[in-house]
Design a protein around this ligand. Structure first.
Ligand code: BV8
Length: 232
């Protein structure tokens, strides 16, 4: 690993699972309780805004009672101590990477803790519910939605992600099923760019065959071990 300078890390729900935050596709996961097209699409929001707002209000409240786990802590340590480039691209909308101390993070699917005004486009930090249609702090309109990227919507900062991938020497995917694009395609982009690829996941993901190396186990074990090796 001595020739590694610039690292891009992709994280998914598996990195927060041991903090008690439901993943999407594991047994009893979020999508089993709700149909994706009903709660995570603009069409679903237009059809039944109350259902969608309650779904996100429940999750926004739940994550605030959770704590970062050893995987988040290890990635924050890597962020502090790694003197090369590092970007933690997370698909997660919780803030556990930041609460563990990570700074170089990018939320490509948005964040639970922002509200997005569809009238004036302002994004405001938001920790309470949206079901009561509160006023936008900037323009006063009662047009706030979760600042979360739904299916069919453009993920955030794609240019910045691809620019980081083009400079990377190592791409590490942690706790994601490889089910959702374009995130699930990053490993193939990395392979085309001749970047070393590593998967750290509880079990093989849908993209496992694209990784040079896969290590399987709970994130709180495999992530600190990998960070220790890298910094060791
Ligand atoms: C877009 C926010 C156009 C909301 C989410 C190509 C082919 C097919 C379809 C498409 C395609 N391109 C686009 C699409 C459509 C769609 C898509 O991919 N559909 C899928 C279902 C086929 N994609 C989109 O619509 C995206 N937008 O494409 O716009 C575009 C394209 C390119 C460039 C520009 C524009 C937008 C997708 C974003 C949707 N929003 N989240 C919310 O959170 O409510 S998706 C949501 O699910 C997550 O954010 C995450 O991205 C995704 C996958 O979830 P994971 O994080 O992987 O979690 P999951 O439960 O699936 O897996 C958990 C993993 O952890 C498992 O592997 C498990 O083994 C592991 N694990 C569990 N416990 C542990 C663990 N690992 C370690 N330790 C543990 N303890």
């Amino acid at each position: 690993m001595t020739d590694i300078r610039n690292i891009v890390i992709l994280t998914g729900a598996g990195v927060s699972a041991e903090s008690g935050i439901d993943t999407f596709r594991d047994a009893g996961g979020l999508w089993e309780q709700h149909k994706v097209e009903d709660v995570a699409t603009p069409e679903g929001f237009a059809r039944d805004p109350d259902l969608v707002l309650r779904f996100y209000d429940m999750r926004r409240e739940a994550i605030q009672a959770k704590q970062p786990n050893a995987a988040h802590e290890a990635l924050a340590r890597l962020d502090r101590e790694w003197d090369g480039e590092l970007l933690i691209v997370t698909q997660n909308v919780d803030d556990l990477h930041e609460r563990a101390g990570a700074k170089r993070t990018l939320h490509m699917h948005g964040t639970h803790l922002n509200a997005w005004c569809t009238a004036c486009d302002a994004r405001t930090r938001w920790t309470g519910p949206l079901i009561d249609r509160p006023e936008c702090p900037k323009c006063g309109a009662r047009s706030l939605r979760p600042d979360v990227v739904w299916f069919g919507e453009m993920p955030y900062e794609m240019d910045r992600i691809y620019a980081a991938l083009r400079q990377a020497d190592l791409f590490v995917s942690i706790g994601t099923s490889g089910a959702v694009y374009p995130a699930a395609g990053f490993v193939r982009d990395a392979r085309e760019l001749r970047i070393r690829t590593l998967e750290l996941n509880l079990e093989p993901s849908q993209g496992s065959r694209w990784f040079h190396e896969s290590r399987h186990g709970p994130a709180t074990q495999v992530v600190p071990q990998w960070v220790e090796e890298l910094l060791g």
